[in-house]
Structures are given as C-alpha cells and as structure tokens.
Design a protein around this ligand. Structure first.
Ligand code: ADP
Ligand code: MG
Length: 328
C-alpha cells in the first residue's frame, strides 16, 4: 500500500493505490506467450500471457521504472491508481494484478483481443468502419471518457492506438487503455504541459494554456473524423505543420468522405474542433447529440407512421436550428 498525506499533488498525479504489489517472479504465475508482442509504446512493451492457475488470457504491460535516467515509479503508481478508479467502468480496461521487479513493473490487464481501432482507421474504405459502427463505438468511447471526467481525470492521449476492441470480427466493444499521460484536474491547480501525440493534441496544449476535460474532447473530435474518413484532419508534412494546422483550426469539411455521411456526424465533429475549450461539447453533451441517438424504426413501424415521421421532422428541425447557431 502506497500512501501520502493528500493522495495527490500539484502535478495531478494520484499517489495512493490499493492493489497489492507482488514481488514474486511474474513468470511463476503466468506463461508469457512467445512471439509477437501485442504492442509497444515509448516506454512499455505489452505481451500476451496466460494465468497458470486459471488458464485465462491477459495482457502484461511491462514498464521500465527508469526512463531517460529519471525515476518514473510515481507515474506508474498514478497509472495504476487511475485504472483502480475506473474499475467500475466497462469501457476502461480492467487491471488484474501488479508485479514489481528490480527495474520493471508489470501491469496485468484484461486482454483486448481485437487490438487497436487504429487498424480499421487506416484500412482501405471497404475494410474500414461503417458509419453505424463508428456511432456505436463512439458512444462507448464517450461513456468511458464521461466516466473519467466525472472523476476529474483527463486522459490526454486519446488516439486510435489507445482505443482497443474486445474482438475484431465480429466487431466487439471498446476498451480505453494507456493512462500514462492522464492527470487529475482539480479547480485549485492549473495544469499546463506539452504532451500527447501531435495529430490529436488540442490548441490549448500547444499554447501552454490550462488543460481541462475539454482537452480530451478535442481529441474525441479528431478521433471521430479519423474513424469516419480514414483522414487525420490536422496531419501535416512535419510536426511543425501539424501544430500550425491545429492552432489555426485548419480543417477541411469538404472532403468527399465526409459528404457521404449523415450531416449530424459533421455537426458532431464541428462541436468539438473548436479553439476555445469552454465552447466545446462535453462528453455528456456528445452522448445526447442527435448523431448518436438510436435510429427510429420508421419504416418497419406501420402502426404509428404519423407519430414517427413527426418525431423525425422535429429532430431534423432541431438540428437545423443548431446548425444555424453554429454558423452564426
Ligand atoms: P504506452 O504507454 O507505451 O503507449 P499502451 O498502454 O498504450 O502503452 O500499450 C501499448 C500498446 O499495447 C497498445 O497500443 C496496444 O496495441 C497494446 N495493448 C495495450 N494494452 C492492451 C490490452 N489490454 N490488450 C491488448 N493489447 C494491449
Ligand atoms: Mg499508448
């Protein structure tokens, strides 16, 4: 058990965990599947493993405690604490156990067999997500993010590599992973930092302005754009150009891929890719957005055609109204 007086510090890191840290060799209790690793980031390698006592599959995230000569155990403890905090949320990956060795820690995570949504984002259009898939997955991503935001946690690295699927075919459910950059935002301390992945980073991060839950909502906007079109909206030829595109909100809404979509999808994206963080839709707002509402079965409901078409008319009138407000 790790303790400190306040449980958090100025940097927005949680310092208290309740998961027992095991010191026996990880391989005593798990068989690590040889061969290809599940994934890797800057400081972590993730391997598939099987718990010997149960035969259950897990993903083992190996994290070095020292990175670039700096002790990062505090950051790892924070990542564990956030996973604990989100344990009740089915859209966030579950933490099973933690092991500590001399130079590494291993986070034993629920195995997401479908891998990163990144693969479908960059796939040829016929292999890529259909709009109906994106709607369902985006609803789930928002459920996860709304849960985190209610707990004052910002993820700060929402991108297709950190959104996994329980299965690929048939298309499963979303698991949000990687809380390595996440922070606790409280009203008392302002957090300003340069981090995240260039393509998904919000303007306030580039401008060294305060970070908030709205910072994640920008990334959700970029994510929706990429999932629907396969195009990364701000990606330039180099980092500099990407950052310039972001700070100027240089984004195209006239791409052919966007024109084939429900107008509400574009409206959804536009409600997020807004420079001022306070003007962006929240995760809760997004969950109520018209684009993500279940379709009404107006064709197969011959009993009350008048009522259905009336509802539809009302909804579309409401959307038109919102669009006019947007334009103004
Ligand atoms: P990093 O902080 O280094 O980016 P991540 O937690 O994002 O580490 O893990 C790196 C990659 O490993 C992910 O992008 C994903 O491909 C894979 N991965 C991570 N967790 C799981 C999991 N629970 N199940 C399957 N694959 C995973
Ligand atoms: Mg990652």
């Amino acid at each position: 058990r790790v303790r400190c007086e306040s449980g958090q510090n100025r940097s927005g890191l949680l310092r208290e965990i309740r998961t027992a840290i095991r010191s026996e060799p990880f391989t005593d209790r798990y068989d690590v599947i040889p061969g290809r690793e599940l994934g890797r980031g800057k400081f972590a390698v993730v391997r598939k493993c099987v718990e010997k006592s149960t035969g259950k599959e897990f993903a083992a995230k190996y994290m070095r405690k020292r990175r670039k000569g700096q002790d990062c155990r505090t950051e790892i403890i924070h990542e564990i604490a956030v996973l604990e905090l989100a344990a009740a949320c089915p859209r966030v990956v579950n933490l099973h156990e933690v092991y500590e060795m001399a130079s590494e820690m291993v986070l034993v995570l629920e195995y997401a067999a479908g891998g990163e949504i990144f693969n479908q984002c960059v796939a040829e259009r016929d292999e890529a997500f259909k709009e109906e898939d994106v709607k369902r997955l985006m609803r789930q991503i928002l459920e996860g993010v709304a849960f985190l935001h209610r707990s004052n946690v910002v993820h700060l690295d929402l991108k297709p590599q950190n959104i996994l699927l329980t299965s690929e075919s048939p298309l499963g459910d979303i698991k949000v992973v990687d809380f390595g950059l996440s922070r606790l935002v409280s009203s008392s301390h302002e957090i300003r930092e340069i981090m995240g992945t260039p393509e998904y980073v919000a303007p306030e991060v580039l401008n060294y302005e305060p970070i908030s839950t709205a910072t994640d909502m920008w990334s959700i906007g970029v994510l929706a754009y990429v999932m629907l079109t396969g195009i990364s909206p701000f990606l330039g030829d180099d980092k500099q150009e990407t950052f310039l595109n972001i700070s100027q909100i240089n984004v195209s809404y006239t791409e052919e891929e966007l024109e084939q979509l429900d107008g509400a999808a574009v409206h959804f994206i536009k409600s997020l890719l807004i420079k001022e963080p306070e003007s962006r839709a929240s995760a809760e707002d997004c969950l109520k957005h018209q684009w993500l509402q279940p379709r009404q079965e107006i064709v197969s409901e011959p009993v009350s055609p008048a009522a259905s078409s009336h509802d539809e008319e009302e909804e579309s009138a409401q959307l038109t109204e919102e669009l006019i407000v947007m334009a103004a």
